[in-house]
Design a protein around this ligand. Structure first.
Ligand code: HEM
Length: 145
């Protein structure tokens, strides 16, 4: 709509921008790995913002828009996006909770293995890319019809 001249209303434009800010935060957080306290805090903040956007925008839209998504053949992309995104959010939540517990107990901040961290970051990135692809294709398709 206002921002990118697609048919998206302002809520989805804002969600889109918020998601870009979050992914920038996640990438910045990854670069801060040597300082685990800093890294964990940045990732936990990114996760909290994403949980809010998930709860207020994405989850309700999955149900409200379902018929429209099916009608325009976007159900598959959104379902894959949602499943991979759910993996990212739930595993990120586990690491963030562990981080906060270890921080409180002053335990070493070993919140997950390297492999597990890679899984969260990769699923987050893939879900983000699918969301961006969805945003541009869906909102230009519906404005053209
Ligand atoms: C790391 C996790 C996730 C990321 C990075 C992410 C990112 C995005 C992005 C960039 C968009 C496009 C902006 C928009 O249209 O509002 C989007 C849309 C959407 N996402 Fe996610 N998302 C994630 C998790 C999820 C999950 C778990 C669900 C499950 C309900 C979900 C469902 C949706 C839906 C239904 C839309 C379309 C919203 C609309 O425009 O109507 N997303 N997501």
């Amino acid at each position: 709509m206002v921002f990118f001249e697609t048919a998206a209303t302002v809520v989805f434009d804002i969600n889109f921008i918020v998601q870009i800010i979050i992914i920038a935060l996640v990438i910045f957080g990854v670069t801060q790995k040597p300082d685990r306290r800093r890294h964990g805090s940045i990732m936990a903040i990114a996760l909290i913002i994403n949980l809010v956007s998930f709860a207020i925008v994405m989850l309700p839209q999955l149900f409200f828009k379902w018929d429209v998504l099916v009608h325009y053949n976007f159900a598959a992309i959104i379902l894959i996006h949602a499943i991979i995104g759910a993996v990212a959010i739930s595993s990120g939540l586990i690491f963030s909770i562990r981080f906060l517990i270890f921080l409180r107990r002053k335990d070493p901040l070993n919140c997950g293995t390297k492999m597990e961290m890679r899984l969260v970051n990769l699923s987050w990135l893939v879900s983000f890319i699918l969301g961006v692809v969805f945003y541009f294709i869906f909102y230009t398709t519906i404005s053209a019809t």
